[in-house]
Design a protein around this ligand. Structure first.
Ligand code: COA
Ligand code: AMP
Length: 633
């Protein structure tokens, strides 16, 4: 069956289509109801099915006689370590750690925060929480204490699982002081912490609160999988929105398992036993879906890589890992390939490795710019698939579905909507726009399985942030267009979210930090183009009347404040003092216009502007500081 037939079937007969996909998975009680509405009026999948995601990802494969197959390869150039786990070994490790959690009172519906680097124990902890029917919330290691505290307060976890340190190239980043600080800042106090001690940096444990991972496991006995309802939450993953408070995207168990299982064959063309490598981090949605759950649900081997695309030790790192572990599909962010291209422009290191097993390179997380696409195709000789998705959806909304039909590639496009996603381009009144015209990218409801049904603890935020703008649709927050062949071109966010090296960040959150500086009256933080990271944030700040502070001091203060409150991954490195910011007559800063100026996009001077000269002034300042993209692309 070709792509178009499959797509039509999923849109015209969603219940038949998804019931068929669900039947490929081992349920404890198969769902009789495929699609129904929950108490909030939100469409839910498989509401009366009973299952356990950890069972589907691990125990089931062992039960099928495939316990001896490699489930996990840990490749860590930063610690010079390689380890493998078979499905049987990983199941044992997870069942035992689940026993340790259970002995500490963790049960169905409890939350557990995981703040860990890219070590196998992070994956073991996630699966162990899932095994108990509890809910994990993984916090990316590059976030600072304040961000961790916000998530602890929102998720209210019974336990926190962490490690003594992470390793960033050759720098040891102590995690434990950040955790201690976060627990001090958080109003909610978890019952305790389990800490993995790494030899690179032993952490001091707080008596009565912290326990050593090895000791916790030593006394534990393994436990079985707890049956949950398909609509019970598997995890909460916080992502940046337009306000200072991150949003807890909720993922259910059943729809998630069905969607990811389908995606592994339909999008990535993977079969049981194939090796899949997502070079991301378990702290991001790509890591959740395609380092942990997707490959294991599909009975593949997954690679957990603790390293970077460059400098660990060189720009040949990706090719070494792909070659050594016989990777069939490699998935990473475009920024990683831009880094490799910068370091090895002629792709000389590629030729040193046997990449005969590598079939396809997948990219997502930010727009894949045509030069990076072309370089990767030319130098590797492999097909490159750009696919578009979000934390909220958990899997790709648009892709070239290599397991169904390889469509012709159009550089700059994420190709076509994935079966189940009815993607429409809408004008501000919610009317569909014709081919070639840019508008808001929206998805007609029902969303397919796997997508968020709510925001943790705040359903109104889900309704107001995603469903209210265009009734009957989910608003993606991205803008773009479809061409006459139905190919989707995603051009960028239409809100205050920016993408720095494939990491999603909120400029609103950064503004809240910058505005707290005693010398600053007001500020705007916007994303500007960066050749390597795609975008980086810059601050435009107005000083309070009568305040005098030298530029260097102010700049250093702000950089340190963002690093301290949000984390180093924000890459906030430039702040410029301006006389005033362009505003409407009612005092609202024209952030959208500032974004358009920075992106060299044409803009109309808003009729509500207070003083049009302020725009000319700010454009001159931004030009002087090279904050304007050379040409729009
Ligand atoms: N824990 C602690 N600190 C972290 C971290 C983590 N998990 N990840 C990043 N950081 C820190 C880095 O050490 C660095 O700190 P510094 O400013 O003190 O040097 C800062 O955050 C920025 O890191 P990074 O974004 O990695 O920038 P870089 O310049 O060191 O490396 C790239 C550039 C392109 C190589 C890197 O950004 C990269 O590999 N990007 C791919 C991202 C990705 O896979 N995203 C997944 C989305 S699908
Ligand atoms: P995250 O939730 O961190 O996965 O970030 C999601 C956002 O990243 C999307 O809303 C897009 O703005 C951007 N994004 C992800 N993948 C792509 C892609 N293939 N093309 C363009 N933008 C992308």
């Amino acid at each position: 069956m070709g792509y178009f037939t499959e797509y039509q079937r999923a849109i015209e007969q969603p219940e038949v289509f998804w019931a068929d996909q669900a039947s490929h998975l081992p349920w404890f009680v198969p769902p009789a109801t495929v699609l129904s509405n929950d108490d909030n009026g939100i469409e839910r999948w498989f509401s009366d099915g009973e299952m356990n995601t950890c069972y589907m990802a691990l125990d089931h494969h062992v039960a099928q006689g495939r316990g001896g197959q490699t489930a996990l390869i840990y490749d860590s150039p930063v610690t010079d370590t390689q380890q493998t786990w078979t499905y049987a070994e990983l199941t044992d490790a997870v069942a035992t750690f689940a026993g340790a959690l259970s002995a500490r009172g963790v049960g169905k519906g409890d939350r557990v925060v995981i703040y860990m680097p890219m070590v196998p124990e992070a994956l073991i902890a996630m699966l162990a929480v899932a095994r108990l029917g509890a809910i994990h919330s993984v916090v990316f290691g590059g976030f600072a204490a304040h961000e961790l505290a916000l998530r602890i307060d929102d998720a209210r976890p019974k336990l926190v699982i962490s490690a003594s340190c992470g390793i960033e190239i050759d720098k040891v980043v102590a995690y434990k002081p950040l955790l201690d600080d976060a627990l001090k800042q958080a109003e909610y106090k978890p019952q305790g912490c389990i800490i993995l001690q790494r030899p690179q940096c032993e952490a001091a444990l707080v008596p009565g609160r912290d326990e050593d991972w090895q000791q916790a496991v030593a006394g534990a006995s393994s436990v079985d999988c707890v049956a949950v309802n398909a609509t019970d939450p598997l995890y909460i993953l916080y992502t940046s929105g337009t306000t200072g408070k991150p949003k807890g995207v909720v993922r259910d168990n059943g729809g998630h398992a069905v969607a990811l299982h389908y995606s592994m064959s339909a999008i990535y063309n993977m079969a049981p036993g194939d090796v899949f490598w997502a070079a991301s981090d378990v702290g991001w949605v790509v890591g959740h879906s395609y380092i942990v759950y997707g490959p294991l649900l599909a009975g593949c081997t997954t690679v957990l890589y603790e390293g970077k695309p460059i400098k660990t030790p060189d720009a040949g790192a990706f090719w070494r890992v792909a070659s050594e572990h016989k990777v069939k599909a490699l998935f990473a962010a475009p920024t990683a390939f831009r880094a490799i291209k910068k370091s090895d422009p002629d792709g000389k290191l590629i030729g040193q490795y046997d990449l005969s097993n590598l079939e396809t390179i997948f990219m997502a997380g930010e727009r894949l710019d045509p030069p990076t696409y072309e370089w990767t195709v030319e130098k590797t000789g492999k097909p490159v698939v750009d696919h578009w998705w979000q934390t909220e959806t958990g899997w790709a909304i648009c892709a070239n579905l290599t397991g169904i039909e390889n469509l012709a590639v159009k550089p700059g496009s994420a190709t076509v909507p994935v079966p189940g996603f009815n993607v429409q381009i809408l004008d501000p009144q919610g009317q569909p726009l014709p081919a070639g015209q840019q508008g808001a990218i929206a998805i007609q409801r029902p969303l397919p399985p796997g997508c968020l049904p709510t925001i943790w603890g705040c359903h109104d935020r889900f309704v107001n942030g995603y469903l209210r703008e265009y009734p009957g649709f989910y608003s993606s927050g991205d803008g773009g267009y479809k061409d006459e062949d139905g190919y989707v071109f995603v051009m960028g966010r239409t809100d205050d979210v920016i993408n720095v090296a494939g990491h999603r960040l909120s400029t609103g959150e950064m503004e809240a930090v910058v505005a707290a500086h005693p010398a600053i009256a007001e500020c705007a933080v916007i994303g500007v183009h960066d050749d390597l990271k795609g975008q980086v944030p810059i601050g435009l700040v107005v000083l309070k009347d009568g305040v005098s502070i030298d530029n260097g001091t102010l700049h250093n203060d702000l950089v340190q404040m963002i690093r301290h409150d949000i984390g180093p991954i924000a890459c906030f490195k430039q702040a410029v003092t301006v006389e005033r910011l362009p505003k409407t007559r009612s005092g609202k800063i024209l952030r959208n216009t500032l974004r358009q100026i920075a992106a060299s996009q044409p803009y109309t001077v808003p009729s509500t502007i207070d003083d049009p000269a302020s725009l000319t002034e700010i454009t001159a300042v931004m030009e002087q500081h090279q904050m304007i993209q050379a040409e729009a692309c």
